[in-house]
Design a protein around this ligand. Structure first.
Ligand code: NAI
Length: 443
């Protein structure tokens, strides 16, 4: 099938590469010429495990190409995937300007039947707006070309995006047009394996499904984070509690970890957008508002612990920070807890030596020439002469550190662990003060 993907970011590039892998003829469009140049030169603009091999294989086979030429992209695909960003507007609602610009381009240039697929995360009712934008462009030039709009939200996780796309739990297709449903079923048939993963539903339900999923996941995290704070007050261990409740199949073990707050390009903005959608429709989402408030507070939990230990004035102190990405296996720092932690430490006069396996270039881009921030080329390199260690991202390489080395390198033997990576008694046996999230009485 001929497929165009509009927006070649995390979602667009993975979607394009994985659809090409199944034999489709895919053209990826982006308005950012730099991104397209990197891809055309054989590079990958993002860090995503396994993606480089899939892209290279399909480019070589002639099934995957990149362009900045909008007319070429509109002419190419019967299926036109819109995978552009939907960042939060000032009031938190999703900013649809990029989605609607993409839709208008299609309407302005199309000459035969197109299925326009909303893959970006967009609020309920967006498909109607996309349809109206395309129809308006067609009317302006007196064209009677036919088209359908489909909602096909994406559930991939950064860091495991290729795997998630190739082996999805479910594929949501919101569509009413019979021909479009047939095409979408055919496109996704190779991903079905042993049972049908495609759920065809009405467009509005499909749009809401994506927000409902992310809101539910964010709720689990914030709930566990609040319980962890309580556990500290009560001298209980959230890790034991997690195992105790996770064994109930109605609760389950997945996504039940307390930590120093969720970040990333999706949860924070999707939670905000759903709250706004509800408000615009006269409903207050009280649970979800609490989820957001709890997460904002949770991003400060490590700094609170540091201040309790070292005082408000941190001038002259230097902290080793392990992990900058919002989660492991990605270089994405959008809404990352590390950004809040670093800003708060700088505000109090401290400096930071940071280490992250892949996100340090992104941090350099974000923090520019911030004089209080230096980088180390290994976890242990960050430790030397630091006052304390702060762990913000749960990269695998942090899981079995040399605790003796940590103890010997730090001026004060204290580890602030925002991701509960270690057994407290083990860390303490090396003479380190271990301050994790919800693991017994807080210091
Ligand atoms: P991104 O920011 O990485 O990529 C978006 C790309 O679209 C950029 O490269 C931008 O230059 C390009 N673009 C903007 N306007 C354009 C236009 N008119 N024509 C062509 N290209 C254009 O964003 P990301 O992370 O891929 O997210 C895209 C959408 O997918 C968002 O709605 C997001 O919520 C959703 N999503 C993201 C997931 C993730 O893990 N990143 C997971 C599931 C959904």
């Amino acid at each position: 099938m001929k497929v165009s993907v509009i927006g070649t970011g995390y979602v667009g590039l993975v979607t394009g590469a994985c659809l090409a892998e199944m034999g489709n003829d895919v053209l990826c469009l982006d308005v950012d010429p730099n991104k397209i140049r990197i891809l055309e030169e054989g590079g990958i603009p993002i860090h995503e495990p396994g993606l480089d091999a899939v892209v290279a294989r399909n480019v070589k086979a002639g099934r995957l190409a990149f362009t900045t030429d909008i007319a070429r992209s509109v002419a190419h695909g019967t299926l036109q995937f819109i995978a552009v960003g939907t960042p939060p507007d000032e009031d938190g609602s999703a900013d649809l300007q990029y989605v609607l610009a993409a839709a208008r381009n299609i309407g302005r240039l199309m000459s035969d039947y197109k299925v326009v697929v909303d893959k970006s995360t967009v609020p309920v009712g967006t498909a109607d707006k996309v349809r109206a934008a395309i129809a308006d462009e067609l009317a302006q030039r007196g064209s009677d070309a036919r088209f359908a709009v489909v909602s096909n939200p994406e559930f991939l996780k950064e860091g495991a995006a290729v795997d998630d796309f190739m082996r999805p739990d479910r594929i949501i297709v919101g569509a009413e047009d019979e021909q479009a449903i047939l095409l979408m079923r055919a496109l996704y048939a190779p991903f079905n394996r042993n049972h049908d993963k495609v759920h065809v539903m009405d467009v509005r339900s499909a749009e809401l499904t994506k927000y409902a999923a992310n809101a539910m996941l964010a709720t689990r995290i914030s709930f566990m984070n609040e319980l962890a704070l309580l556990a500290e007050k009560m001298g209980a261990d959230i890790e034991q509690v997690r195992q105790g409740i996770g064994s109930d199949p109605r609760i389950g073990y997945h996504f039940l970890y307390a930590g120093c707050g969720y970040g990333g390009s999706c949860f924070p903005k999707d939670v905000k957008a759903l709250i706004q959608t509800a408000a615009q429709n006269g409903q207050q989402l009280k649970v979800l508002q609490a989820v957001e408030d709890a997460n904002d507070a949770q991003k400060l939990v490590l700094v609170d612990k540091i201040v309790r230990r070292f005082g408000e004035d941190l001038s002259g102190k230097r902290f080793a920070v392990w992990g900058l990405a919002f989660k492991p296996n990605t270089d994405d720092m959008r809404e990352a807890t590390s950004r809040v932690v670093l800003a708060e430490l700088f505000k109090r006069g401290a400096s930071v030596t940071a280490y992250d396996p892949v996100a340090m270039d992104e941090a350099r881009r974000i923090f520019g020439d911030e004089p209080r921030l230096t980088y180390a080329d290994s976890p242990s390199g960050a430790l030397d002469g630091a006052d304390a260690l702060v762990i913000v991202t749960e990269w695998k390489e942090f899981r079995s550190p040399d605790f003796e080395r940590i103890k010997a390198s730090l001026k004060t033997p204290v580890v602030f662990d925002g991701r509960n990576l270690y057994e407290p008694s083990l860390v303490q046996s090396f003479g380190l003060d271990y301050q994790a999230i919800g693991r017994g009485a807080a210091a």
